[in-house]
Design a protein around this ligand. Structure first.
Ligand code: AGP
Length: 619
Protein backbone atom coordinates (compact mmCIF):
# COMPACT_ATOMS: atom_id res chain seq x y z
CA UNK A 1 0.00 0.00 0.00
CA UNK A 2 1.12 3.61 -0.57
CA UNK A 3 0.43 6.97 1.02
CA UNK A 4 -1.41 9.80 -0.77
CA UNK A 5 -1.86 13.44 0.38
CA UNK A 6 -3.47 16.39 -1.43
CA UNK A 7 -3.95 20.03 -0.34
CA UNK A 8 -5.62 23.07 -1.85
CA UNK A 9 -6.25 26.31 0.03
CA UNK A 10 -4.88 29.53 1.45
CA UNK A 11 -1.51 28.29 2.74
CA UNK A 12 1.68 27.06 1.07
CA UNK A 13 1.01 23.47 -0.03
CA UNK A 14 4.60 22.20 0.05
CA UNK A 15 5.18 21.94 3.78
CA UNK A 16 1.63 20.73 4.50
CA UNK A 17 2.05 17.94 1.94
CA UNK A 18 5.47 16.87 3.20
CA UNK A 19 4.47 16.76 6.86
CA UNK A 20 1.31 14.87 5.90
CA UNK A 21 3.34 12.42 3.84
CA UNK A 22 5.68 11.72 6.76
CA UNK A 23 2.63 10.65 8.77
CA UNK A 24 1.97 8.02 6.07
CA UNK A 25 5.51 6.63 5.86
CA UNK A 26 4.33 3.44 7.65
CA UNK A 27 2.24 2.69 4.55
CA UNK A 28 5.26 2.48 2.28
CA UNK A 29 8.58 4.18 2.02
CA UNK A 30 10.71 3.07 -0.93
CA UNK A 31 10.32 6.36 -2.87
CA UNK A 32 8.34 9.59 -2.69
CA UNK A 33 7.23 12.45 -4.92
CA UNK A 34 5.24 15.68 -5.01
CA UNK A 35 3.42 17.69 -7.72
CA UNK A 36 2.74 21.39 -7.07
CA UNK A 37 0.68 23.88 -9.08
CA UNK A 38 1.76 27.51 -9.25
CA UNK A 39 -0.46 29.56 -11.63
CA UNK A 40 -0.39 27.47 -14.83
CA UNK A 41 2.88 25.73 -14.05
CA UNK A 42 3.12 22.08 -12.87
CA UNK A 43 6.26 21.26 -10.85
CA UNK A 44 7.09 17.61 -10.05
CA UNK A 45 9.89 16.36 -7.78
CA UNK A 46 10.58 12.69 -6.96
CA UNK A 47 13.31 10.76 -5.13
CA UNK A 48 14.16 7.21 -4.12
CA UNK A 49 14.18 6.45 -0.40
CA UNK A 50 12.60 8.28 2.48
CA UNK A 51 10.50 11.42 2.11
CA UNK A 52 13.37 13.52 3.48
CA UNK A 53 15.32 12.60 0.31
CA UNK A 54 12.52 14.02 -1.85
CA UNK A 55 12.40 17.13 0.36
CA UNK A 56 16.04 17.83 -0.53
CA UNK A 57 15.17 17.69 -4.23
CA UNK A 58 12.58 20.48 -3.98
CA UNK A 59 13.48 23.87 -5.41
CA UNK A 60 12.73 27.27 -3.89
CA UNK A 61 10.12 27.95 -6.61
CA UNK A 62 8.02 25.08 -5.32
CA UNK A 63 7.51 26.83 -2.03
CA UNK A 64 4.93 29.29 -3.46
CA UNK A 65 2.26 26.77 -4.51
CA UNK A 66 -1.14 26.58 -2.76
CA UNK A 67 -2.26 23.34 -4.44
CA UNK A 68 -0.60 19.97 -4.84
CA UNK A 69 -0.50 16.22 -4.33
CA UNK A 70 2.18 13.96 -2.88
CA UNK A 71 2.88 10.23 -2.60
CA UNK A 72 5.03 7.80 -0.63
CA UNK A 73 5.39 4.50 -2.45
CA UNK A 74 5.26 0.78 -1.60
CA UNK A 75 6.18 -0.64 -4.99
CA UNK A 76 3.99 -3.36 -6.49
CA UNK A 77 4.83 -3.03 -10.19
CA UNK A 78 8.22 -1.65 -11.21
CA UNK A 79 11.35 -1.34 -9.06
CA UNK A 80 11.54 1.44 -6.47
CA UNK A 81 13.49 4.04 -8.47
CA UNK A 82 12.99 7.70 -9.34
CA UNK A 83 11.35 6.98 -12.71
CA UNK A 84 8.76 4.68 -11.15
CA UNK A 85 8.11 6.96 -8.18
CA UNK A 86 4.78 8.83 -8.19
CA UNK A 87 3.43 11.36 -9.29
CA UNK A 88 3.28 10.20 -12.89
CA UNK A 89 2.62 12.82 -15.60
CA UNK A 90 1.05 12.73 -19.05
CA UNK A 91 3.18 13.24 -22.18
CA UNK A 92 2.51 17.00 -22.17
CA UNK A 93 3.46 17.24 -18.48
CA UNK A 94 0.19 19.06 -17.80
CA UNK A 95 -1.45 16.38 -15.63
CA UNK A 96 0.04 14.65 -12.55
CA UNK A 97 -1.45 11.62 -10.79
CA UNK A 98 -0.68 9.56 -7.67
CA UNK A 99 -2.13 6.09 -7.04
CA UNK A 100 -2.50 3.48 -4.31
CA UNK A 101 -3.68 0.04 -5.47
CA UNK A 102 -3.18 -2.47 -8.30
CA UNK A 103 -4.46 -1.96 -11.88
CA UNK A 104 -5.28 -5.50 -13.00
CA UNK A 105 -5.72 -4.73 -16.73
CA UNK A 106 -2.73 -2.45 -17.02
CA UNK A 107 -1.07 -4.59 -19.69
CA UNK A 108 -4.11 -4.28 -21.99
CA UNK A 109 -4.33 -0.55 -21.30
CA UNK A 110 -0.60 -0.15 -21.92
CA UNK A 111 -0.92 -1.82 -25.33
CA UNK A 112 -3.95 0.40 -26.13
CA UNK A 113 -2.02 3.54 -25.22
CA UNK A 114 1.06 2.56 -27.22
CA UNK A 115 -1.20 1.96 -30.23
CA UNK A 116 -2.48 5.51 -29.64
CA UNK A 117 1.10 6.75 -29.94
CA UNK A 118 1.76 7.26 -26.24
CA UNK A 119 5.38 6.76 -25.13
CA UNK A 120 5.38 4.89 -21.84
CA UNK A 121 8.18 6.02 -19.53
CA UNK A 122 7.91 3.71 -16.50
CA UNK A 123 7.46 0.05 -15.52
CA UNK A 124 4.48 0.85 -13.31
CA UNK A 125 0.81 -0.04 -13.68
CA UNK A 126 -0.09 3.49 -12.49
CA UNK A 127 1.30 5.32 -15.54
CA UNK A 128 -1.54 4.06 -17.73
CA UNK A 129 -4.00 6.03 -15.58
CA UNK A 130 -2.50 9.48 -16.18
CA UNK A 131 -2.33 8.89 -19.96
CA UNK A 132 -5.96 7.74 -19.99
CA UNK A 133 -6.97 10.93 -18.16
CA UNK A 134 -5.06 12.95 -20.73
CA UNK A 135 -6.66 11.08 -23.65
CA UNK A 136 -10.13 11.70 -22.17
CA UNK A 137 -9.52 15.39 -21.38
CA UNK A 138 -11.95 17.78 -23.10
CA UNK A 139 -11.90 20.77 -20.78
CA UNK A 140 -13.03 19.22 -17.46
CA UNK A 141 -10.48 17.40 -15.29
CA UNK A 142 -13.26 15.69 -13.31
CA UNK A 143 -14.95 14.35 -16.45
CA UNK A 144 -11.59 13.23 -17.87
CA UNK A 145 -10.91 11.23 -14.68
CA UNK A 146 -14.43 9.81 -14.71
CA UNK A 147 -14.18 8.65 -18.34
CA UNK A 148 -10.69 7.23 -17.79
CA UNK A 149 -11.75 5.16 -14.79
CA UNK A 150 -14.55 3.46 -16.74
CA UNK A 151 -11.76 1.64 -18.63
CA UNK A 152 -9.91 0.49 -15.49
CA UNK A 153 -10.13 -2.87 -13.64
CA UNK A 154 -8.49 -3.27 -10.26
CA UNK A 155 -8.08 -1.20 -7.12
CA UNK A 156 -7.21 2.45 -6.81
CA UNK A 157 -7.15 5.48 -4.64
CA UNK A 158 -5.97 8.32 -6.86
CA UNK A 159 -5.46 12.09 -6.73
CA UNK A 160 -4.99 14.17 -9.90
CA UNK A 161 -4.00 17.78 -10.62
CA UNK A 162 -3.61 19.69 -13.89
CA UNK A 163 -1.84 22.92 -14.85
CA UNK A 164 -5.08 23.80 -16.69
CA UNK A 165 -7.05 23.61 -13.43
CA UNK A 166 -5.05 25.51 -10.83
CA UNK A 167 -6.66 25.27 -7.39
CA UNK A 168 -8.44 21.99 -8.09
CA UNK A 169 -7.76 18.36 -7.08
CA UNK A 170 -9.76 15.41 -8.41
CA UNK A 171 -9.64 12.18 -6.40
CA UNK A 172 -11.35 8.79 -6.78
CA UNK A 173 -11.65 5.57 -4.82
CA UNK A 174 -12.08 1.90 -5.71
CA UNK A 175 -10.75 -0.55 -3.11
CA UNK A 176 -8.05 1.72 -1.64
CA UNK A 177 -9.13 4.15 1.10
CA UNK A 178 -9.40 7.92 0.54
CA UNK A 179 -10.67 10.56 2.93
CA UNK A 180 -11.43 14.27 2.38
CA UNK A 181 -10.40 16.72 5.13
CA UNK A 182 -12.52 19.85 5.51
CA UNK A 183 -10.78 23.07 6.64
CA UNK A 184 -11.51 26.81 6.57
CA UNK A 185 -10.86 27.99 3.01
CA UNK A 186 -8.71 24.94 2.54
CA UNK A 187 -9.38 21.25 1.93
CA UNK A 188 -7.37 18.03 2.01
CA UNK A 189 -7.46 14.50 0.62
CA UNK A 190 -5.38 11.57 1.92
CA UNK A 191 -5.11 7.78 2.26
CA UNK A 192 -5.95 8.11 5.93
CA UNK A 193 -6.69 10.87 8.41
CA UNK A 194 -3.23 10.79 10.04
CA UNK A 195 -1.97 12.99 7.16
CA UNK A 196 -4.42 15.82 7.95
CA UNK A 197 -5.24 15.48 11.67
CA UNK A 198 -2.95 18.39 12.67
CA UNK A 199 -5.05 20.67 10.41
CA UNK A 200 -8.59 19.38 10.74
CA UNK A 201 -10.57 16.58 12.39
CA UNK A 202 -13.62 17.06 10.14
CA UNK A 203 -13.54 14.42 7.44
CA UNK A 204 -15.65 12.74 4.78
CA UNK A 205 -14.79 9.17 3.79
CA UNK A 206 -15.13 8.34 0.09
CA UNK A 207 -16.83 5.06 -0.79
CA UNK A 208 -15.82 2.73 -3.62
CA UNK A 209 -16.86 4.04 -7.04
CA UNK A 210 -16.87 7.71 -5.99
CA UNK A 211 -15.04 10.74 -7.40
CA UNK A 212 -14.52 14.03 -5.55
CA UNK A 213 -13.60 17.44 -6.96
CA UNK A 214 -11.87 19.55 -4.30
CA UNK A 215 -11.31 23.33 -4.30
CA UNK A 216 -10.30 25.63 -1.43
CA UNK A 217 -13.90 26.37 -0.41
CA UNK A 218 -15.80 23.33 -1.65
CA UNK A 219 -15.83 19.61 -2.43
CA UNK A 220 -18.26 17.84 -4.72
CA UNK A 221 -18.72 14.04 -4.67
CA UNK A 222 -20.27 11.97 -7.47
CA UNK A 223 -20.24 8.37 -8.60
CA UNK A 224 -18.30 7.08 -11.60
CA UNK A 225 -21.76 7.05 -13.28
CA UNK A 226 -21.99 10.82 -12.52
CA UNK A 227 -24.67 10.65 -9.84
CA UNK A 228 -24.24 13.47 -7.27
CA UNK A 229 -23.56 12.12 -3.74
CA UNK A 230 -23.46 13.83 -0.33
CA UNK A 231 -21.84 12.27 2.74
CA UNK A 232 -22.16 13.70 6.27
CA UNK A 233 -18.84 15.03 7.65
CA UNK A 234 -17.49 13.13 10.68
CA UNK A 235 -15.32 14.35 13.57
CA UNK A 236 -12.24 12.19 14.28
CA UNK A 237 -11.30 11.55 17.91
CA UNK A 238 -8.43 9.07 17.31
CA UNK A 239 -4.82 9.83 18.26
CA UNK A 240 -2.20 9.70 15.52
CA UNK A 241 -0.73 6.47 16.91
CA UNK A 242 -4.17 4.84 16.84
CA UNK A 243 -4.66 5.93 13.23
CA UNK A 244 -1.40 4.43 11.94
CA UNK A 245 -2.54 1.15 13.46
CA UNK A 246 -6.09 1.87 12.21
CA UNK A 247 -7.40 1.48 15.74
CA UNK A 248 -5.58 -1.80 16.49
CA UNK A 249 -3.30 -1.90 19.55
CA UNK A 250 -0.38 -3.28 17.56
CA UNK A 251 0.74 -3.52 13.94
CA UNK A 252 0.82 -7.33 14.36
CA UNK A 253 -2.90 -7.47 15.19
CA UNK A 254 -3.66 -5.07 12.34
CA UNK A 255 -1.67 -7.27 9.95
CA UNK A 256 -3.43 -10.43 11.17
CA UNK A 257 -6.74 -8.72 10.38
CA UNK A 258 -5.48 -7.50 6.99
CA UNK A 259 -5.13 -11.11 5.77
CA UNK A 260 -8.49 -11.37 3.97
CA UNK A 261 -7.37 -8.46 1.80
CA UNK A 262 -3.71 -9.50 1.49
CA UNK A 263 -4.65 -13.03 0.42
CA UNK A 264 -7.03 -11.45 -2.14
CA UNK A 265 -4.15 -9.25 -3.34
CA UNK A 266 -1.82 -12.26 -3.63
CA UNK A 267 -4.33 -13.76 -6.08
CA UNK A 268 -5.53 -10.53 -7.71
CA UNK A 269 -5.31 -10.69 -11.52
CA UNK A 270 -3.66 -14.11 -11.31
CA UNK A 271 -6.62 -16.54 -11.62
CA UNK A 272 -7.95 -17.90 -14.92
CA UNK A 273 -10.97 -19.74 -13.53
CA UNK A 274 -12.29 -20.74 -16.95
CA UNK A 275 -9.16 -22.75 -17.73
CA UNK A 276 -8.55 -23.68 -14.09
CA UNK A 277 -5.03 -22.30 -14.15
CA UNK A 278 -3.23 -19.46 -12.39
CA UNK A 279 -1.00 -17.07 -14.31
CA UNK A 280 2.24 -15.77 -12.82
CA UNK A 281 3.95 -13.73 -15.52
CA UNK A 282 6.78 -12.80 -13.17
CA UNK A 283 8.14 -16.37 -13.28
CA UNK A 284 9.50 -15.45 -16.72
CA UNK A 285 9.13 -19.09 -17.72
CA UNK A 286 7.35 -20.50 -20.75
CA UNK A 287 4.96 -23.41 -20.29
CA UNK A 288 7.54 -25.71 -21.92
CA UNK A 289 10.18 -24.69 -19.36
CA UNK A 290 7.69 -25.18 -16.53
CA UNK A 291 6.89 -28.64 -17.87
CA UNK A 292 10.59 -29.59 -17.94
CA UNK A 293 11.15 -28.91 -14.22
CA UNK A 294 11.71 -32.27 -12.50
CA UNK A 295 12.97 -31.03 -9.12
CA UNK A 296 12.40 -27.96 -6.99
CA UNK A 297 14.60 -26.83 -4.12
CA UNK A 298 13.04 -24.24 -1.82
CA UNK A 299 15.27 -22.35 0.56
CA UNK A 300 14.25 -19.84 3.26
CA UNK A 301 14.45 -18.96 6.95
CA UNK A 302 12.00 -18.85 9.86
CA UNK A 303 8.38 -18.35 8.94
CA UNK A 304 9.28 -18.37 5.25
CA UNK A 305 10.83 -21.82 5.77
CA UNK A 306 7.50 -22.98 7.19
CA UNK A 307 5.59 -21.75 4.13
CA UNK A 308 8.24 -23.53 2.04
CA UNK A 309 7.41 -26.81 3.81
CA UNK A 310 3.74 -26.26 2.95
CA UNK A 311 4.84 -25.59 -0.62
CA UNK A 312 6.48 -29.04 -0.68
CA UNK A 313 3.19 -30.74 0.22
CA UNK A 314 1.28 -28.63 -2.34
CA UNK A 315 3.69 -29.09 -5.26
CA UNK A 316 4.44 -32.79 -4.71
CA UNK A 317 0.79 -33.74 -4.24
CA UNK A 318 -0.71 -31.55 -6.98
CA UNK A 319 2.10 -31.47 -9.56
CA UNK A 320 4.04 -34.63 -8.63
CA UNK A 321 7.31 -32.65 -8.89
CA UNK A 322 9.98 -33.65 -6.37
CA UNK A 323 10.36 -30.74 -3.94
CA UNK A 324 12.94 -30.38 -1.20
CA UNK A 325 13.08 -27.68 1.46
CA UNK A 326 16.31 -26.48 3.04
CA UNK A 327 17.15 -23.96 5.71
CA UNK A 328 19.04 -21.28 3.79
CA UNK A 329 21.64 -21.09 6.58
CA UNK A 330 22.42 -24.79 5.98
CA UNK A 331 22.08 -24.79 2.20
CA UNK A 332 24.65 -22.04 1.73
CA UNK A 333 27.40 -24.25 3.25
CA UNK A 334 26.43 -27.55 1.73
CA UNK A 335 27.45 -28.84 -1.71
CA UNK A 336 23.93 -29.54 -2.97
CA UNK A 337 23.38 -31.71 -6.04
CA UNK A 338 21.60 -29.54 -8.59
CA UNK A 339 21.03 -30.50 -12.25
CA UNK A 340 19.77 -28.55 -15.27
CA UNK A 341 16.13 -29.33 -14.56
CA UNK A 342 16.28 -28.20 -10.94
CA UNK A 343 14.83 -24.83 -10.02
CA UNK A 344 15.81 -23.09 -6.80
CA UNK A 345 13.07 -21.01 -5.16
CA UNK A 346 13.94 -18.52 -2.43
CA UNK A 347 11.14 -17.30 -0.18
CA UNK A 348 11.62 -14.07 1.75
CA UNK A 349 9.22 -11.40 3.00
CA UNK A 350 11.92 -8.74 3.26
CA UNK A 351 13.97 -9.88 0.28
CA UNK A 352 17.07 -8.98 2.32
CA UNK A 353 17.68 -12.00 4.61
CA UNK A 354 21.42 -12.64 4.47
CA UNK A 355 21.23 -16.46 4.66
CA UNK A 356 18.57 -16.71 1.98
CA UNK A 357 20.38 -14.26 -0.29
CA UNK A 358 23.67 -16.15 0.12
CA UNK A 359 22.02 -19.51 -0.59
CA UNK A 360 20.44 -18.13 -3.76
CA UNK A 361 23.71 -16.57 -4.91
CA UNK A 362 25.39 -19.95 -4.35
CA UNK A 363 22.81 -21.61 -6.61
CA UNK A 364 23.19 -18.91 -9.25
CA UNK A 365 26.96 -19.46 -9.23
CA UNK A 366 26.21 -23.06 -10.18
CA UNK A 367 24.13 -21.77 -13.08
CA UNK A 368 20.75 -22.75 -11.63
CA UNK A 369 17.43 -21.16 -12.45
CA UNK A 370 16.64 -19.09 -9.33
CA UNK A 371 13.15 -17.77 -8.56
CA UNK A 372 12.05 -15.55 -5.68
CA UNK A 373 8.78 -15.27 -3.72
CA UNK A 374 9.28 -11.84 -2.17
CA UNK A 375 7.11 -9.16 -0.59
CA UNK A 376 9.35 -6.11 -0.96
CA UNK A 377 9.47 -5.03 -4.59
CA UNK A 378 12.96 -4.20 -5.80
CA UNK A 379 14.62 -5.81 -2.76
CA UNK A 380 18.04 -7.43 -3.21
CA UNK A 381 16.67 -10.96 -3.59
CA UNK A 382 13.98 -9.74 -6.01
CA UNK A 383 16.60 -8.00 -8.14
CA UNK A 384 18.98 -10.97 -8.28
CA UNK A 385 16.55 -13.70 -9.32
CA UNK A 386 15.78 -14.89 -12.87
CA UNK A 387 12.09 -14.42 -12.10
CA UNK A 388 9.63 -14.59 -9.28
CA UNK A 389 6.31 -13.64 -7.76
CA UNK A 390 5.62 -10.63 -5.58
CA UNK A 391 3.39 -11.33 -2.56
CA UNK A 392 1.53 -7.95 -2.68
CA UNK A 393 1.01 -8.16 1.12
CA UNK A 394 1.97 -4.51 1.70
CA UNK A 395 4.47 -3.38 4.34
CA UNK A 396 4.70 -5.90 7.20
CA UNK A 397 5.71 -3.79 10.20
CA UNK A 398 5.31 -6.31 13.04
CA UNK A 399 8.50 -8.38 13.50
CA UNK A 400 6.41 -11.54 13.76
CA UNK A 401 5.44 -12.42 10.21
CA UNK A 402 1.72 -13.12 9.69
CA UNK A 403 0.18 -11.71 6.49
CA UNK A 404 3.37 -12.44 4.53
CA UNK A 405 3.11 -16.10 5.56
CA UNK A 406 -0.44 -16.54 4.24
CA UNK A 407 0.48 -14.59 1.10
CA UNK A 408 3.43 -16.98 0.58
CA UNK A 409 1.17 -20.01 1.00
CA UNK A 410 -1.38 -18.51 -1.42
CA UNK A 411 1.31 -17.93 -4.05
CA UNK A 412 2.75 -21.43 -3.54
CA UNK A 413 -0.78 -22.77 -4.11
CA UNK A 414 -0.85 -20.91 -7.43
CA UNK A 415 2.54 -22.33 -8.40
CA UNK A 416 1.38 -25.87 -7.54
CA UNK A 417 -1.75 -25.26 -9.61
CA UNK A 418 0.25 -24.15 -12.66
CA UNK A 419 2.76 -27.01 -12.44
CA UNK A 420 -0.10 -29.46 -11.93
CA UNK A 421 -2.06 -28.14 -14.91
CA UNK A 422 1.17 -28.44 -16.96
CA UNK A 423 1.07 -32.13 -16.11
CA UNK A 424 -1.82 -34.33 -15.07
CA UNK A 425 -4.24 -31.98 -13.29
CA UNK A 426 -7.59 -31.65 -15.09
CA UNK A 427 -9.36 -28.39 -15.90
CA UNK A 428 -12.04 -29.36 -13.39
CA UNK A 429 -9.52 -29.95 -10.60
CA UNK A 430 -7.83 -26.65 -11.42
CA UNK A 431 -11.15 -24.80 -11.40
CA UNK A 432 -12.22 -26.32 -8.08
CA UNK A 433 -8.87 -25.51 -6.47
CA UNK A 434 -8.91 -21.88 -7.64
CA UNK A 435 -12.55 -21.48 -6.61
CA UNK A 436 -11.67 -22.83 -3.15
CA UNK A 437 -8.80 -20.31 -3.03
CA UNK A 438 -11.21 -17.50 -3.92
CA UNK A 439 -13.36 -18.41 -0.88
CA UNK A 440 -10.39 -18.34 1.54
CA UNK A 441 -10.48 -14.56 2.27
CA UNK A 442 -14.09 -14.61 3.42
CA UNK A 443 -13.36 -17.76 5.46
CA UNK A 444 -10.46 -15.97 7.15
CA UNK A 445 -12.93 -13.15 7.91
CA UNK A 446 -15.20 -15.69 9.63
CA UNK A 447 -12.34 -16.87 11.88
CA UNK A 448 -11.27 -13.30 12.69
CA UNK A 449 -14.84 -12.41 13.64
CA UNK A 450 -14.71 -15.05 16.38
CA UNK A 451 -11.66 -13.81 18.31
CA UNK A 452 -13.16 -13.76 21.84
CA UNK A 453 -12.97 -17.54 22.53
CA UNK A 454 -9.29 -17.40 21.52
CA UNK A 455 -8.73 -14.53 23.94
CA UNK A 456 -10.32 -16.62 26.71
CA UNK A 457 -8.00 -19.54 25.96
CA UNK A 458 -5.04 -17.13 26.00
CA UNK A 459 -6.18 -15.89 29.41
CA UNK A 460 -6.21 -19.49 30.74
CA UNK A 461 -2.71 -20.40 29.52
CA UNK A 462 -0.73 -17.16 29.30
CA UNK A 463 1.32 -18.09 32.39
CA UNK A 464 2.47 -21.47 31.00
CA UNK A 465 6.20 -22.03 30.59
CA UNK A 466 6.01 -24.51 27.74
CA UNK A 467 3.68 -25.29 24.83
CA UNK A 468 3.57 -28.17 22.38
CA UNK A 469 2.06 -27.78 18.89
CA UNK A 470 1.06 -30.90 16.97
CA UNK A 471 -0.07 -31.32 13.37
CA UNK A 472 -0.01 -33.94 10.61
CA UNK A 473 0.57 -33.78 6.89
CA UNK A 474 0.28 -30.30 5.40
CA UNK A 475 -0.63 -28.98 8.86
CA UNK A 476 2.61 -30.14 10.46
CA UNK A 477 4.40 -26.98 9.16
CA UNK A 478 1.48 -24.96 10.57
CA UNK A 479 2.24 -26.49 13.99
CA UNK A 480 5.83 -25.32 13.57
CA UNK A 481 4.62 -21.83 12.59
CA UNK A 482 2.23 -21.65 15.55
CA UNK A 483 5.09 -22.56 17.91
CA UNK A 484 7.38 -19.95 16.34
CA UNK A 485 4.74 -17.21 16.65
CA UNK A 486 4.29 -17.98 20.36
CA UNK A 487 7.96 -18.21 21.29
CA UNK A 488 9.10 -15.12 19.38
CA UNK A 489 6.56 -12.69 20.85
CA UNK A 490 5.66 -14.19 24.29
CA UNK A 491 9.07 -15.76 25.08
CA UNK A 492 7.29 -18.98 26.17
CA UNK A 493 9.23 -22.07 25.03
CA UNK A 494 7.17 -23.81 22.34
CA UNK A 495 7.87 -26.71 20.00
CA UNK A 496 6.08 -27.93 16.90
CA UNK A 497 6.02 -31.66 16.15
CA UNK A 498 4.40 -34.12 13.75
CA UNK A 499 1.58 -35.51 15.93
CA UNK A 500 2.71 -39.11 15.45
CA UNK A 501 6.20 -38.19 16.68
CA UNK A 502 4.89 -37.74 20.24
CA UNK A 503 5.54 -41.34 21.20
CA UNK A 504 9.22 -41.01 20.20
CA UNK A 505 10.09 -38.68 23.07
CA UNK A 506 8.02 -35.52 23.52
CA UNK A 507 5.28 -37.45 25.34
CA UNK A 508 7.64 -37.52 28.32
CA UNK A 509 7.00 -33.78 28.63
CA UNK A 510 3.24 -34.10 28.99
CA UNK A 511 1.64 -33.18 32.30
CA UNK A 512 -1.06 -30.78 33.56
CA UNK A 513 1.30 -27.84 33.05
CA UNK A 514 1.83 -28.50 29.34
CA UNK A 515 -0.80 -26.96 27.04
CA UNK A 516 -0.86 -28.89 23.75
CA UNK A 517 -2.27 -27.22 20.63
CA UNK A 518 -3.41 -29.87 18.13
CA UNK A 519 -4.51 -29.19 14.56
CA UNK A 520 -7.19 -31.88 14.27
CA UNK A 521 -9.11 -31.26 11.04
CA UNK A 522 -11.63 -33.61 9.45
CA UNK A 523 -9.23 -35.24 6.98
CA UNK A 524 -7.74 -38.64 6.21
CA UNK A 525 -5.64 -38.70 9.41
CA UNK A 526 -8.36 -37.40 11.78
CA UNK A 527 -8.72 -40.70 13.64
CA UNK A 528 -4.98 -40.97 14.14
CA UNK A 529 -4.82 -37.43 15.49
CA UNK A 530 -7.67 -38.26 17.88
CA UNK A 531 -5.51 -41.12 19.20
CA UNK A 532 -2.65 -38.67 19.74
CA UNK A 533 -5.06 -36.42 21.64
CA UNK A 534 -6.11 -39.34 23.83
CA UNK A 535 -2.44 -40.05 24.63
CA UNK A 536 -2.03 -36.43 25.76
CA UNK A 537 -5.24 -36.34 27.78
CA UNK A 538 -4.32 -39.63 29.47
CA UNK A 539 -1.33 -37.81 30.97
CA UNK A 540 -3.38 -34.79 32.08
CA UNK A 541 -2.12 -32.71 29.18
CA UNK A 542 -4.37 -29.71 28.38
CA UNK A 543 -5.48 -29.95 24.73
CA UNK A 544 -6.48 -26.95 22.58
CA UNK A 545 -7.79 -28.29 19.27
CA UNK A 546 -8.09 -26.48 15.94
CA UNK A 547 -11.04 -28.35 14.40
CA UNK A 548 -13.28 -28.29 11.33
CA UNK A 549 -16.62 -26.52 11.63
CA UNK A 550 -19.38 -29.11 12.17
CA UNK A 551 -17.17 -31.60 13.99
CA UNK A 552 -19.31 -32.25 17.07
CA UNK A 553 -17.26 -35.28 18.19
CA UNK A 554 -14.07 -33.48 19.15
CA UNK A 555 -15.50 -31.06 21.74
CA UNK A 556 -15.89 -33.87 24.32
CA UNK A 557 -12.34 -35.10 23.74
CA UNK A 558 -10.37 -31.88 24.38
CA UNK A 559 -10.22 -29.00 26.85
CA UNK A 560 -10.85 -26.26 24.25
CA UNK A 561 -11.76 -26.21 20.56
CA UNK A 562 -11.42 -23.47 17.95
CA UNK A 563 -13.33 -24.13 14.75
CA UNK A 564 -12.28 -23.17 11.22
CA UNK A 565 -14.38 -23.44 8.02
CA UNK A 566 -14.13 -26.44 5.70
CA UNK A 567 -11.97 -26.04 2.58
CA UNK A 568 -9.92 -28.14 0.14
CA UNK A 569 -7.54 -30.06 2.44
CA UNK A 570 -4.36 -28.71 0.81
CA UNK A 571 -5.55 -25.13 1.45
CA UNK A 572 -6.32 -25.66 5.16
CA UNK A 573 -3.02 -24.06 6.32
CA UNK A 574 -4.38 -20.69 5.12
CA UNK A 575 -7.12 -21.09 7.74
CA UNK A 576 -5.57 -23.22 10.52
CA UNK A 577 -2.75 -20.71 11.04
CA UNK A 578 -5.09 -17.79 11.83
CA UNK A 579 -6.18 -18.98 15.33
CA UNK A 580 -2.53 -19.77 16.13
CA UNK A 581 -1.49 -16.22 15.18
CA UNK A 582 -4.25 -14.77 17.37
CA UNK A 583 -3.47 -17.12 20.30
CA UNK A 584 0.21 -16.13 20.26
CA UNK A 585 -0.70 -12.43 19.98
CA UNK A 586 -3.15 -12.40 22.91
CA UNK A 587 -0.87 -14.47 25.16
CA UNK A 588 2.03 -12.08 24.44
CA UNK A 589 -0.15 -9.04 25.20
CA UNK A 590 -1.33 -10.62 28.48
CA UNK A 591 2.30 -11.22 29.41
CA UNK A 592 3.08 -7.55 28.79
CA UNK A 593 5.51 -8.31 25.95
CA UNK A 594 6.49 -5.78 23.26
CA UNK A 595 4.53 -7.51 20.52
CA UNK A 596 5.65 -5.49 17.49
CA UNK A 597 9.34 -5.41 18.44
CA UNK A 598 10.10 -8.56 20.50
CA UNK A 599 13.42 -8.64 22.37
CA UNK A 600 16.55 -9.80 20.47
CA UNK A 601 14.70 -9.87 17.09
CA UNK A 602 14.89 -7.73 13.94
CA UNK A 603 12.32 -7.54 11.17
CA UNK A 604 14.92 -8.46 8.61
CA UNK A 605 18.09 -10.41 9.50
CA UNK A 606 20.39 -8.81 6.96
CA UNK A 607 23.61 -9.94 8.65
CA UNK A 608 24.98 -13.40 9.41
CA UNK A 609 25.74 -13.93 13.12
CA UNK A 610 28.99 -15.59 14.28
CA UNK A 611 32.63 -15.71 13.07
CA UNK A 612 32.11 -18.51 10.51
CA UNK A 613 35.31 -17.62 8.55
CA UNK A 614 37.59 -18.57 11.51
CA UNK A 615 36.04 -22.08 11.64
CA UNK A 616 36.56 -22.53 7.88
CA UNK A 617 40.25 -21.52 8.07
CA UNK A 618 40.91 -24.37 10.56
CA UNK A 619 39.72 -27.08 8.16
C1 AGP B 1 8.98 -14.68 11.49
O1 AGP B 1 7.92 -14.34 12.37
C2 AGP B 1 10.31 -14.18 11.98
N1 AGP B 1 10.28 -12.78 12.19
C3 AGP B 1 11.48 -14.66 11.14
O2 AGP B 1 11.57 -16.06 11.34
C4 AGP B 1 11.42 -14.43 9.61
O3 AGP B 1 10.42 -15.23 9.05
C5 AGP B 1 12.78 -14.84 9.00
O4 AGP B 1 13.79 -14.00 9.54
C6 AGP B 1 12.80 -14.75 7.47
O5 AGP B 1 12.57 -13.43 7.07
P1 AGP B 1 12.27 -13.14 5.50
O6 AGP B 1 10.98 -13.84 5.18
O7 AGP B 1 12.16 -11.64 5.40
O8 AGP B 1 13.41 -13.70 4.71
Amino acid sequence: MCGIVGYVGKRKARDILISGLKRLEYRGYDSAGIALLADDDLMVSKAVGKISQMELALSEAERESICGIAHTRWATHGAPNEVNAHPHTDSANEIALVHNGIIENYRTLREFLVRKGVTMRTQTDTEVLVHLVSLNYRGSLTEAVRDALTQVEGTYGIAVVSSKHAGEIVAARMGSPLVVGIGDDENFVASDVSAMLEHTNRVVYLEDGEIVTITPDNYRISTIQNVEISHKAQEISWTLDQIEKEGYDHFMLKEIHEQPDTVRNAMRGRLNIEEGIARLNGLNMQYEELRRINRILITACGTSWHSALIGKYLIEEIARVSTEVEYASEFRYRSPIIDDNTVLVGISQSGETADTLAAMREAKKRGDMVLGLVNVVGSTIARETDGGVYLHAGPEIGVASTKAFTAQVAVLSLIANILGRMRQSSVQFGQEMLQALQRIPEQIEQILANEDPIKRIARTYHKANNFLYLGRGINFPVALEGALKLKEISYIHAEGYPAAEMKHGPIALIDENMPVVVIALRDSVYDKVMLNISEVRARNGQVIAIATEGDTEIADRVNHVIYIPQTYRLLTPLLSVIPLQLLAYHIAVMRGCHVDQPRNLAKSVTVEQGPVDKVLSLS
